[in-house]
Design a binder for this molecule. Structure first.
Ligand code: NAG
Ligand code: NAG
Ligand code: NAG
Ligand code: NAG
Ligand code: NAG
Ligand code: NAG
Ligand code: NAG
Length: 441
């Protein structure tokens, strides 16, 4: 008897063990194939930075991650945001190599849904806030079977990425909560542009609301506040296989998060662990002003909050619909006064610009600015060019269709060279050096 059927004893023992050691279980950071997590259990990362557990909003229960050290519960990730549990009877466990979230005993409401199986999978909450599924003993970040950082909710923690990877078949982006009390997917999302330029787009459903502007080697061109500093390191990586933005926190006295809020703003908050007042401080947000509104002044229209008209047409351009324009309806934008001739065209320099959007834009980081000018000049469809790296002044971005969402800053921004026909260049200039001050007319 003892030999043929030892199981009931084993199960009894485990049950007894988990009841009698509730407190030590609550302080764990892992679940394995033989443990599970239910209603009041939580996982706590090794240095008690983050906690994973169940939380309830408006009578629905979710599995999520929040800061352990912060008095205001701030949820940074939700597993089952669109498939809530109706009661707090969820169980998280590992099943056949996947993490599954059960309602009751059998209904799977959420799963990591991966097909690669390993012998001894464990799920662990790391101090970065990343919840990972991995093979026991294999700590290599590249061999994680699954990680919550690849499936962001509304929050970007340090080390998380916004962007895509064709190798991993992933597109990581932020989606707002529906309401303060409802983590289900809201209407705003913040994604890496999959086209030519490495830039972030904030959308309401499928409509672009705000654009970061392309990465210019130092920051996103539409975010002049994003200066090198002692608190954050910002990075944008762009290869044929993947394009992503990420950041790191350089000061360990601070906690920081970037989020897209439910009313369509990107916000960065910080929490000072050394300060006595326990609040999230709003450090930065976007969109900020009316010139951040996507394509506010239409194609070729230049938006400047300090201009009395806000929208202006640059030299060589005029409003496409003048009556509307004079009434402040600027979405039709500007058109050229005289058509491009292809040969003999030149460029006018606009200063302090957020680089434009365009359905067609090309980046080559190894070209010099002069090579960029020649390349643009030699292509009759090339409408503008600019340096792709403001730190070195080299690199090349060329736009070969209408220029959209042009913004001029009071300071910050960079030079943008717009193609114009010879007739707009002025007789006394050498064909290369056109300096054009927008507000001189
Ligand atoms: C969880 O904790 C609450 C409050 O302490 C308690 O009422 C409830 O019965 C607990 N649930 C389980 C499954 O232990
Ligand atoms: C939660 O459920 C209770 C009881 O069914 C109900 O009275 C209450 O309105 C619900 N609250 C929300 C926010 O839905
Ligand atoms: C799981 O993944 C497969 C293919 O990768 C997909 O077809 C399926 O819809 C996914 N299931 C869930 C519940 O996400
Ligand atoms: C880090 O932040 C804390 C709190 O704001 C500040 O007191 C400290 O000077 C900062 N350290 C550095 C190196 O910037
Ligand atoms: C979203 O962020 C903007 C900018 O910080 C703020 O004005 C707005 O109140 C926020 N919305 C919510 C719901 O917090
Ligand atoms: C912006 O406008 C304000 C008020 O009209 C003016 O005082 C300021 O000098 C302007 N700044 C620039 C850089 O044009
Ligand atoms: C970028 O420019 C360099 C120098 O002109 C050229 O050799 C290279 O082929 C270009 N790369 C691409 C991807 O076009």
């Amino acid at each position: 008897m003892k030999i043929t059927n030892p199981r009931p004893f084993l199960i009894l023992y485990i049950t007894f063990f988990s009841f009698s050691s509730k407190i030590s279980i609550a302080a764990q950071d892992k679940i394995t194939s033989s443990t599970s997590m239910s209603a009041n259990d939580t996982l706590i990362s090794p240095s008690s930075t983050f906690e994973l557990g169940f939380f309830t909003r408006s009578n629905s229960t979710y599995l999520g991650i929040w800061y352990k050290k912060i008095s205001i519960q701030t949820v940074v990730w939700v597993a089952n945001r669109d498939t809530p549990l109706s009661k707090s009877t969820g169980i998280l466990r590992i099943d056949g190599g996947n993490l599954i979230l059960l309602e009751g005993l059998t209904k799977v409401v959420w799963s990591t849904n991966i097909s690669k199986g390993v012998a001894r999978p464990i799920a662990q909450l790391l101090d970065t806030g990343n919840f990972v599924l991995r093979e026991e003993g294999d700590n290599n970040v590249d061999s994680f079977l699954w990680q919550s950082f690849d499936y962001p909710s509304d929050t970007l923690l340090p080390g998380m990425k916004i962007g895509w990877s064709s190798k991993a078949g992933l597109n990581r982006f932020l989606t707002s909560w529906k309401d303060d009390d409802d983590p289900s997917s809201g209407d705003y999302n913040y994604k890496m542009d999959p086209n030519g330029l490495a830039q972030l787009l904030l959308r309401f459903q499928s409509h672009i609301k705000y654009r970061s502007g392309p990465w210019n080697g130092v920051r996103f061109s539409g975010m002049p506040e994003m200066k090198p500093n002692s608190v954050y390191g910002f990075y944008c990586v762009s290869t044929p296989d993947e394009v992503y933005y990420t950041y790191e926190l350089l000061n360990s006295s601070l906690i920081s998060r970037l989020m897209v809020n439910r009313t369509g703003h990107i916000e960065r908050y910080t929490w000072d662990l050394e300060s006595r007042d326990s609040i999230w401080k709003l450090y930065w947000w976007a969109p900020k002003d009316q010139c951040d509104e996507y394509s506010k002044c239409g194609p070729y229209g230049i938006c400047n909050v300090n201009s009395s008209s806000v929208c202006d047409c640059g030299k060589g351009f005029e409003p496409k619909t003048p009556e509307e324009w004079s009434l402040g309806v600027t979405s039709a934008g500007c058109v050229r006064k005289a058509p491009l001739q292809c040969s003999g065209d030149g460029f006018l320099k606009l200063t302090a610009m957020k680089l434009p959007d365009s359905p067609q834009a090309f980046v080559n980081s190894s070209m010099s600015l002069e090579e960029c000018r020649i390349e643009c000049l030699n292509n009759c469809h090339c409408e503008a060019y600019a340096s792709a790296d403001i730190a070195s002044g080299s690199g090349c971005i060329r736009w070969t269709s209408d220029l959209i969402d042009l913004k001029q800053f009071l300071n910050g921004g960079q030079d943008l060279y717009i193609r114009v026909p010879a007739s707009e260049l002025g007789m006394h200039f050498h064909h290369r050096s056109f300096v054009f001050f927008l507000f001189s007319f």
